[in-house]
Ligand binder design. Structure first.
Ligand SMILES: [Zn+2]
Length: 260
């Protein structure tokens, strides 16, 4: 989940943790955003000081919730496939428990700022999945975040997500993930809001299982306290339906399976 460290979230870690404790969670990870850009573009806030501020806030929070809630370190890195050697080195420099890899941007434009229409849906989808494939080949992450994120932005405009068109590329992405010993995340950010589905949904979960995938973390991707742990009961049902009997928890970037 995210804290006020992320440019798009506004709640301190403590408030997010309070909510996690109230909801009976035993362990959480803060995966605040860190984005990479093309064409030499940089942002004043995504730098070393940002990550240091993150760890300072996290340590305070870990101390405050000691014995009550396990608070793990993490980051959600966007666009690691841009200059992978340089960007992967940023990831490796810090003692994260868990790292998510995402595609949020196409040519520096965030998907949240792109309006998908019937006319541009295919070209946006092509670009999204092209970058997802690149990320699956080169990024230094533990789990690939919200694989079918494109569908969220289609749903916002009431459009179909063209799932069939991208089935073969999704299969290749999952094969890369499995071959590289990495995993995927099941994300509940859309549920009860934009669409009643997880990212990814059941067909991709089943395909992942069929291909031999086993590493899967559960994330609310919450940016607000009330969304912490949202939809997790449904997630566990869905995972069982797809054939999984355990989920993954990470520490020092090492995975441990935990029965559902
Ligand atoms: Zn994300």
């Amino acid at each position: 989940m995210h804290s006020e460290i992320s440019p798009d979230a506004h709640f301190p870690m403590e408030e997010m943790c309070d909510s996690a404790v109230k909801k009976g969670l035993r362990e959480i990870a803060f995966t605040d955003h860190y984005e990479f850009y093309v064409n030499g573009v940089t942002k004043p806030y995504f730098n070393e000081a940002y990550i240091e501020d993150y760890f300072l806030a996290l340590k305070k929070c870990q101390k405050r919730f000691e014995g009550q809630l396990v608070v793990k370190s993490g980051m959600e890195f966007g666009q690691l496939y841009i200059n992978p050697e340089i960007n992967n080195a940023v990831v490796a420099r810090y003692p994260f428990d868990f790292v998510l890899g995402s595609v949020h941007k196409l040519e520096n434009i965030d998907l949240t700022q792109l309006i998908i229409t019937e006319k541009n849906a295919e070209s946006v989808g092509d670009a999204y999945y092209y970058h997802l494939l690149e990320l699956s080949e080169e990024g230094d992450f533990d789990c690939l975040a919200h694989i079918d994120y494109f569908k969220k932005h289609c749903a916002k405009q009431g459009l179909a997500d063209l799932h069939e068109k991208y089935e073969s590329i999704i299969r290749k992405v999952l094969e890369n993930i499995i071959n590289r010993g990495k995993g995927i995340e099941i994300n509940t950010a859309c549920m009860g809001e934009i669409l009643e589905d997880t990212m990814p949904g059941l067909p991709i979960l089943k395909l992942y299982k069929e291909l031999g995938g086993s590493i899967i973390t559960v994330g609310s991707d919450s940016h607000r306290p009330e969304r912490v742990g949202y939809g997790f009961d449904e997630v566990y049902q869905k995972l069982k339906e797809a054939g999984f009997d355990s989920i993954s928890v990470f520490k020092n970037r090492k995975n441990k399976q935990q029965p559902i």
